[in-house]
Design a protein around this ligand. Structure first.
Ligand code: NAD
Length: 495
């Protein structure tokens, strides 16, 4: 049941066909092909969108190039700032539609998609603020004679953005915001699993008055639309969020024209709970570090290292917390845990659970598919925790991307650091302790792009976010983020 106040005409839950935005026009794919997108809570088709291929990507990149070289290049920083602020206002006015669109297309509980408003709009307004703060430097040189040297910061050009399905609104804004602030144009390819909200965002951007071709949203699969975008010779930069395997493919494809690449990839983040931690506070935070969004979070703290004296108690408490979570259709405001994105993802996560049991871990609670009752048609699984996990098990090494925690005991701080870092990934890490010295030690020694102490998931547009190791490179948020969308030019003038 969807609360009536969340419904409006624009909300894409009515099964109708939606077109994509290329060069300021709503278009179908050149081939005329389409694909369906479904509500993961019910299995119902909620819309069809164009299935693009290389021909559509060519059109979108050409439109983005024309805009970049044409009208958009004459927009002053202050004008770009005003436009971004206008888009943010437009999105704010339609936030309930955006929230419901994400909930119906990818399952995230409506309470969360509604609550994300300040975070996402804060990002957009942060980039708006940055648009007028982009500047080069005058740099003294040691050449003979009078030669002035300075740098200019210039937009890299046409940006291709490829995003996953687990947070479509936030992911779209993290790409569009910095691209527009710096004066780039963009071709955004949403995930085929959740294409509707990015199209709605494009619609709102049109209403805010964005010039044709500055933002293009092209729907399609990774193989047919993502790959040609990554390989395109006229794209200057690719920004990608998704799995590490796809990141590697994108990096290879980008070599053809040496385009700039930034990658926000997968993780297997450690959460380290010391015996002196405030257990009462740590349990819900550690649990929700994974269970929020049904575990489909890149920074999920899916390896839970607990110091041995409190290990059993902590695992029991997390299991108790998990068992009480309310599972259901994300559109119901009572729901705390929504569905997984697809039957395929449900199958994948079930495979991990079978492997965990086979390798000798003990499933304390959860990890069950819901096959009866009102939720049977959706992709639901109860949140779970494995105890007795060892470092070599598949459930301790690979990203599950489902509501499953692997709990591992440890004895010393050095051991926790060594084992915590023993992963090809390095996206996030959590620490729970009352000892400030140990907190600093762990924050310094854990090899991850974000370390949270006595909290988790804190993200702010002013603070850089990104990966170490195979979790990718480049940062989103913070002042350095804009650098990723800028070229630096040295200019020399003999006076
Ligand atoms: P995915 O890699 O399967 O797909 C991501 C996007 O890439 C989709 O739009 C897809 O169509 C496209 N794609 C697939 N193959 C492609 C190819 N060969 N060339 C170009 N594009 C291609 O990831 P997913 O399943 O949608 O998302 C889950 C993954 O994303 C997880 O690994 C998760 O950790 C990661 N993720 C990371 C972050 C982060 O900030 N680090 C955030 C969210 C999700």
């Amino acid at each position: 049941t969807i609360p009536a106040r969340h419904l409006s005409l624009r909300t894409p839950i009515d099964g109708r066909h939606r077109r994509m935005l290329i060069g300021g026009e709503w278009r179908d794919a050149v081939s005329g092909r389409t694909f369906e997108t479904r509500n993961p809570a019910t299995g119902a088709v909620i819309g069809t969108v164009p299935q693009s291929d290389a021909k559509d990507i060519d059109l979108a990149v050409a439109a983005a190039r024309r805009a970049f070289e044409g009208p958009w290049s004459r927009f002053k920083p202050y004008e770009r700032q005003l436009l971004l602020l206008k888009i943010a206002d437009e999105m704010e006015r339609h936030w309930e539609e955006l929230a419901l669109s994400d909930t119906t297309d990818m399952g995230m509980p409506i309470t969360r998609t509604l609550a994300n408003k300040n975070r996402v709009l804060g990002m957009l307004r942060f980039y708006a603020g940055m648009a007028t703060s982009i500047h080069g430097q005058t740099i003294g040189n040691s050449l003979p004679g009078e030669i002035v040297s300075y740098t200019r910061k210039e937009p890299v050009g046409v940006v291709g953005a490829i995003i996953p399905w687990n947070a479509p609104t936030a992911a779209s804004i993290w790409k569009i915001g910095p691209a527009l602030a710096t004066g780039c144009t963009i071709v955004l390819k949403p995930s085929e699993e959740a294409p509707l909200t990015p199209l709605l965002i494009a619609d709102l951007m049109q209403e805010a008055g964005i010039p044709p071709g500055v933002v293009n949203v092209v729907t399609g699969t990774g193989a047919e639309a993502g790959a040609p975008l990554a390989a395109h010779m006229d794209v200057d930069k690719i920004v990608f969020t998704g799995s590490t395997a796809t990141g590697q493919a994108i990096l290879r494809a980008s070599a053809a024209n040496m385009k700039r690449v930034s990658l926000e990839l997968g993780g297997k983040s450690p959460v380290i709970v010391l015996a002196d931690a405030d257990i009462e506070r740590a349990v819900p935070v550690a649990a929700m570090s994974v269970f929020a969004n049904s575990g489909q979070i890149c920074i999920a703290g899916s390896r839970l290292f607990v110091e041995r004296p409190i290990y059993e108690e902590f695992v029991e408490r997390v299991a108790g917390f998990a068992a009480k979570l309310r599972i259901g259709d994300g559109a119901d405001p009572e729901t705390e845990i929504g569905p997984l994105i697809s039957p395929r993802q449900l199958e994948r996560v079930s495979g991990f659970i079978a492997d965990g049991a086979r390798e000798g871990a003990r499933l304390v609670t959860g990890g069950e598919r819901i096959t009866e009752g009102a939720l049977a048609a959706g992709n639901f699984m109860t949140p779970g925790i494995f105890s007795g996990v060892t470092d070599g098990m598949r459930i301790a090494r690979e990203e599950i991307f489902g509501p499953i925690i692997s709990a591992l005991p440890f004895d010393t701080l050095d051991e926790a650091v060594k084992r915590g870092n023993d992963t090809p990934y390095g996206l996030g890490a959590g620490v729970f302790t009352r000892d400030v010295g140990k907190a600093h030690q762990l924050a310094n020694r854990l090899r991850a792009g974000s370390v949270w102490v006595n909290t988790y998931h804190a993200i702010d547009p002013a603070v850089p976010f990104g990966g170490y190791k195979m979790s990718g490179y480049g940062r989103e948020g913070g002042t350095e983020h804009l650098e990723e969308y800028l070229n630096t030019k040295g200019v020399w003038i003999r006076t």
